[in-house]
Design a protein around this ligand. Structure first.
Ligand code: HEM
Length: 158
């Protein structure tokens, strides 16, 4: 018994409905670089994410050991500062670039596509800036007006 044949048009045969085609001008090879970035950042994220999960949840006291003092202890070492910084930046840029692709694929009306993209870019920039500030301005050992260490400071401050 033979199966019916289905012919799928080869890519770029010009049979795309004109309403789905958009201007090609001025983009250079940005889309190719964005495609490559997704693959490269994906590979790096696997390492960053699994070491992050392993060191936070599987060594020491596991999830019950995670509190302010745990974060303070980790960020006392520059390795973890930069690890978490790389995780923040790559996850946000990778995630935002992925959502940018989805918006471009599915939002057909120019206005909707523009505003969804704007919301995405503003939210991404805000989270990256705020997260970076938190990582670099984090102060685990807080003092009162007289300069004395606050009672609930983590052990590494004493
Ligand atoms: C853990 C390691 C990760 C790997 C290996 C990975 C890999 C990838 C790859 C290769 C793509 C491109 C798929 C395509 O073009 O068809 C992709 C797309 C995407 N990724 Fe990731 N990713 C990872 C983590 C993340 C994280 C943490 C986020 C969110 C912050 C995220 C959000 C997205 C989104 C929204 C897309 C677009 C999906 C689409 O085009 O349909 N990914 N990922």
């Amino acid at each position: 018994m033979s199966t019916p044949e289905t012919t799928i048009a080869a890519p770029r045969t010009g049979r795309i409905d004109p309403k789905y085609t958009r201007g090609e001008s001025g983009k250079g090879n940005f889309e190719m670089l964005a495609w490559l970035f997704m693959r490269v950042s994906g590979v790096i994220l696997v390492v960053l994410v699994f070491v992050h999960i392993f060191s936070n949840l599987m060594v020491g006291d596991g999830i019950s050991g995670i509190d302010f003092g745990f974060v303070a202890g980790k960020w006392a070492h520059p390795l973890w500062l930069f690890w978490d910084l790389a995780l923040l930046w790559l996850a946000m840029l990778h995630g935002a670039n992925g959502v940018r692709t989805i918006i471009n694929d599915y939002a057909e009306r120019d206005g909707v596509r523009f505003w969804l993209s704007m919301i995405l870019y503003v939210a991404t920039a805000a989270i990256i800036v705020l997260g970076t500030l938190v990582i670099f301005t984090f102060e685990p050992c807080m003092v009162d007006a007289t300069g004395a260490l606050l009672e609930n400071s983590p052990a590494i401050c004493r």
